[in-house]
Design a protein around this ligand. Structure first.
Ligand code: NOJ
Length: 753
């Protein structure tokens, strides 16, 4: 055999192996090749241009802007939502710049673009990831039809402080719930093929710890040790990245003294090297420059160097890279290799989004996308499922056959802008279905609907309207009061030191109660408010986080029983702000609250120092919240029986099977959110009293019983231990299955490694 013939079988094997390489891997390799080719042709100026993100709303002169695009000084833009203008910018970048690299157009599409969904905190309350995914897909269809291909969402910051205005933008206090919801949103935005023109690149933000701002004041410092970061704050980001989130944003806070935009350990070492993230990292708005007032960078050049070295690929609105990097590189202070890496990360996303092949948007597509009836129905369903019934003496649901007149009152009853919530730039206020409008349209033919707002807006202190509302209440069979917060009271930089209802709203509720008429209170807000007083002054109280475009229809349907409440609290509700931070999954203490402690008003005069209980509680507020995480009532009741696990002892390779029967013991067909919590009783470091590990929405007819079975791989009980290793430690565990984080009986099991 000639040597060539000998080699032939080898060659065949190679060909075979080559053709078996999965198509996705081949596509990735092709993209990397294209990136290498492109980067080799780029000037340093063009590279830094790719690393620069500019907002159209801050650029006054169009000609200057066009020239910057033409020269390749701007790689991406935000805040342009007119498809014709998007195309004209794209045309300059693609057809008039030297290398024709397309722009990415970004926008804060946080909970919908035109059709607005409940705020993310409300979406978390649905405990329905599939619905959240569908909503995000609808938002992506609408936004991409305007030419937007990148959103700065989801916000995956765990927040345990409702004073922080941005608690509204996240999925609450729980790591597992936030991870599941974040993944659902990313899937919805990006769809199955990022290259499809309806795919909207997600941006997981704000990396990391931003929600733990000290005192709940935005932009404040955080003090999160590595173990807390790894156990609580980082997992939603890891889940998001594993789900394919194409971009990530650094946060404004400094953690233990290091601003996140210059945090090399977390952004470069952990995100890139440990997690192998290959999307791009964008700074938050001006957060490169803000390292100067932080006192971390001496000047803009220093800030640019710190951010680049930390691994921030794109500078949003600091103009620090474009003004400083070239000089720094020429002086040898910064390696051009870092710039090349950053550009590669950015170009990779542009290729994946298919922007090189298909940079333009079809300019009339939005006509069939905006407020599409399917999106509006998803918005209604999301609002229905996000509302949480917190108390009800049987007044709800109202029977429309029996009621002759209803008073609709309160500043949020007809507030089309405010019910949409924070971060709404693109929706048209007139498309909002307010509760007043919905009650009139859908239920008004059966009964007289009287409207007397009582107060004009949530902060209103003019009490003259309250008298009129009270007079109208006397003439009605039942009162529905819509109170809460205007949208401007939550969101970025909108923090509050007091979480009581604003203005004279508490007086309005009290005055209505004094009429003796049944009072249904609906709170529409961007955060948990301290509503203990309103709970006792109301026959029923529904908590609706700002519910979005179709919120009014959803709430009317819930009030009149066309729908049954199924939302559950994604955050603990404190009785008073003095209890904050208050979250269900706190670590076990040496002296837990027992419930039999002496409270403030029971303390005898000159009581001895040790006579009051010596446990972890407040003399005036106890230790319990007003409502626990996971809580929410229904128009029916549910019973959990026959709860069992398949073994009593497991190894870390095993999977635990939990089975239980769930029965609808009431009279309404309804959905329960069944929840599984686990406690690791002893660890090399103290562990949380409980942690959510699974949940499922289960719909049941009255009297129906369903046998449910869930699997929990023991590996999911791992945590970062004393040696900073992620492990499952041997020992005893307890689990609970129940309708909230404070119910159920523990079931014991063991893990033996
Ligand atoms: C600042 C906010 O912190 C961030 O969440 C947002 O995406 C950017 N501005 C862009 O608007």
């Amino acid at each position: 055999m000639t040597p060539l013939k000998k080699l032939f079988p080898l060659f065949l094997c190679f060909l075979l192996a080559w053709s078996c390489v999965p198509a996705a891997k081949k596509k990735d390799r092709d993209i990397e090749k294209k990136i290498t080719g492109l980067v080799s042709k780029m000037t340093l100026e063009e590279k830094i241009g790719q690393m620069t993100l500019v907002s159209c709303s801050n650029i006054p002169e169009d000609e200057q802007f066009s020239e910057a695009l033409r020269k390749g000084h701007i790689g991406s833009v935000i805040n342009e939502v007119d498809p014709a203008r998007v195309n004209s910018f794209q045309k300059i970048a693609v057809e008039e710049s030297r290398l024709g690299i397309p722009l990415i157009v970004g926008r804060d599409v946080i909970h919908g673009f035109k059709t607005i969904f409940p705020i993310p905190l409300g979406l978390a309350a649905t405990f329905n990831p599939s619905l959240v995914e569908q909503g995000a897909r609808a938002a992506a269809m609408e936004a991409t039809s305007a030419g937007v291909r990148w959103t700065f969402s989801p916000m995956l910051d765990i927040s345990r402080d409702p004073r922080w205005g941005r608690i509204s933008e996240g999925f609450g206090e729980d790591t597992y719930l936030a991870s599941v919801m974040g993944v659902a949103m990313i899937r919805g935005y990006q769809g199955t093929d990022p290259g499809d023109p309806t795919s909207l690149a997600a941006c997981v933000k704000h990396f990391v710890g931003y929600g733990a701002a000290e005192g709940g004041r935005d932009y404040n410092s955080t003090f999160l040790p590595e173990r807390v970061l790894r156990n609580v704050y980082l997992p939603p980001f890891l889940a998001g990245i594993q789900a394919g989130a194409m971009t990530l944003m650094t946060s404004f806070n400094d953690n233990d003294g290091v601003p996140m935009t210059g945090n090399r350990f977390l952004v470069r070492d952990l995100l890139r090297d440990e997690w192998n993230y290959n999307g791009f990292v964008v700074s938050d708005w001006a957060s490169v420059n803000e390292m100067i007032p932080h006192g971390f960078a001496a000047d803009q050049a220093h800030a640019a160097r710190l951010a680049l070295e930390a691994g921030v690929d794109m500078d949003m609105m600091s103009f620090a890279y474009i003004t400083q990097l070239e000089k720094l590189i020429k002086e040898g202070a910064v390696s051009e290799k870092l710039v090349d890496e950053a550009v590669r990360n950015i170009l990779r996303v542009k290729f994946l989004l298919g922007l090189f092949d298909n940079p333009y948007v079809q300019e009339d597509l939005h006509k069939e996308m905006f407020y599409n009836p399917h999106h509006m129905e998803l918005s209604r369903q999301s609002a229905v499922q996000s509302a949480v019934l917190l108390c009800n003496d049987g007044t709800l649901p109202l029977d429309e056959q029996k009621i002759r007149s209803v008073l609709v009152t309160g500043p949020m009853a007809d507030a089309p802008y405010d019910q949409l919530g924070t971060w709404v730039f693109d929706a048209l206020e007139q498309t909002t279905a307010t509760p007043l409008k919905a009650i009139r349209e859908h239920y008004g033919h059966q009964m007289r609907v009287i409207y007397e707002p009582g107060l004009k807006y949530s902060r209103d202190k003019d009490r003259s309207g309250i008298r009129k509302a009270v007079a109208s209440a006397r003439a009605a069979d039942v009162v529905i009061a819509f109170v809460g917060e205007e949208s401007i009271l939550s969101g970025e930089a909108h923090c509050l030191a007091s979480l009581d209802l604003q203005g004279a709203q508490d007086e309005l509720i009290e005055a209505l109660q004094s009429t003796g008429k049944p009072v249904i209170t609906v709170v529409m807000a961007g955060r948990p408010l301290t509503i203990e007083k309103e709970i006792s002054a109301s026959n029923a109280l529904l908590y609706s986080f700002h519910p979005g475009t179709m919120g009014g229809v959803a709430l009317a349907d819930l009030i009149f029983g066309k729908e049954v409440p199924s939302g559950r609290l994604p955050v603990t509700f404190p009785k008073t702000t003095g209890q904050i931070p208050l979250y269900y999954n706190h670590n076990r203490t040496g002296r837990p609250f027992l419930g039999n402690e002496t409270m403030l008003d029971q303390i005898p005069l000159k009581a001895g120092q040790t006579s009051l209980g010596n446990t972890s509680f407040y003399l005036d507020a106890g230790a319990a919240p007003l409502f626990p995480f996971g809580f929410g009532l229904s128009y029916t009741t549910f019973a959990y029986t026959n709860i069992r696990i398949d073994q009593v002892s497991y190894t870390q390779k095993d999977t635990l099977t939990l089975s239980f029967d769930l029965t609808n013991t009431g009279k309404a067909a309804a959905t329960e959110v069944a929840q599984l919590y686990v406690c690791d009783k002893t660890g090399s470091v103290t562990r949380p009293v409980k942690e959510l590990k699974r949940f499922e929405r289960i719909a049941l007819e009255p009297g129906e019983t369903r046998s449910v079975s869930w699997e929990l791989p023991i590996s999911e009980l791992a945590f970062w231990n004393l040696q900073m290793k992620r492990v499952v430690e041997s020992g005893q565990f307890e689990l609970w299955v129940a309708g909230d984080s404070d119910s159920g009986e523990p079931v014991l099991f063991e893990v033996n490694n």
